[in-house]
Design a protein around this ligand. Structure first.
Ligand code: ADP
Ligand code: MG
Length: 237
């Protein structure tokens, strides 16, 4: 693969460009913004993991993804990079509101995802917030949540803001991510997730990642996935 020029276009890629990047092994071979490349470099991320290699050429084209790879395989960057690149490409600014939502089944995991977002977004200007239950700060969050571009949240807290926060608006959402999707699609979150999705625009990119492949037609319909790319990475594939 020839090295990309410095001024290579930033994602999302046109479909016809997809094949050009499908063989990439290093982040620097992908047409990412310089800001994202610098964030990755600073954190010493240079070689992509298998799930990143397999999914980023698709997700950067704007495609919906159902990605499965075992714990520890680097799924976090596989969805954070496409969110940041999409909003950067759209020149998303403070007045544009919520452009990306990452839903995590637990507070602890949400905190880790937020750290990943800070790494990739270090040289970007997006505002991001960690909205998780169990803290008393919901009233304070309400004052700021409308100014955030990227939300990392647990299902309950996100729905709480949708229900209670005046002018909370997700109508411009560009990318929705469900991390540990199998756990979020589980019965325990069913009502909450349905209520959330009902308030999101259908025209958006949706990225689902988990350790096991979810192929339930019902679940995919609930999330309005469009012709998703199924990506499964196994140890001895
Ligand atoms: P998963 O969600 O699949 O369990 P994570 O996204 O939490 O995996 O990543 C696991 C670990 O691998 C993290 O410490 C992360 O920083 C590291 N990691 C992710 N991608 C890369 C990469 N391309 N190069 C080196 N380390 C990486
Ligand atoms: Mg993970």
């Amino acid at each position: 693969l020839p090295p990309l020029p410095k001024d290579a276009p930033i994602g999302p890629l046109q479909d016809d460009k997809f094949s050009r990047y499908s063989g990439a092994t290093m982040f620097k071979e992908l047409p990412l913004s310089k800001r994202t490349q610098d964030g990755l470099k600073r954190a010493n991320f240079s070689k992509m993991t298998d799930i990143q290699r397999a999914s980023l050429p698709h997700s950067l084209c704007g495609r919906d993804i159902l990605g499965a790879a075992k714990t520890g395989s680097g799924k976090t960057l596989a969805f954070i990079i496409p969110i940041v690149e999409k909003l950067y490409k759209e020149r998303w600014g403070s007045e544009d509101g919520v452009g990306g939502i990452i839903i995590s089944p637990t507070r602890e995991l949400a905190g880790q995802l937020f750290d990943g977002l800070k790494t990739v977004g270090k040289f970007h200007n997006f505002s991001a917030g960690l909205l998780i239950g169990g803290r008393k700060e919901v009233e304070m969050e309400k004052e700021h949540v409308n100014a955030l571009n990227i939300l990392v949240c647990t299902p309950g807290r996100l729905l709480q803001h949708m229900d209670e926060t005046p002018n909370f608006d997700c109508s411009q959402l560009q990318v929705l991510v469900l991390d540990e999707a199998d756990r979020i699609l589980d019965v325990g979150f069913k009502k909450t997730l349905n209520a959330i999705v009902a308030q999101l625009p259908k025209r958006r990119q949706t990225l689902l990642f988990s350790a096991t492949q979810t192929k339930s037609i019902q679940d995919l319909a609930r999330l309005s996935l469009k012709d998703p790319e199924y990506i499964s990475v196994h140890e001895d594939a």
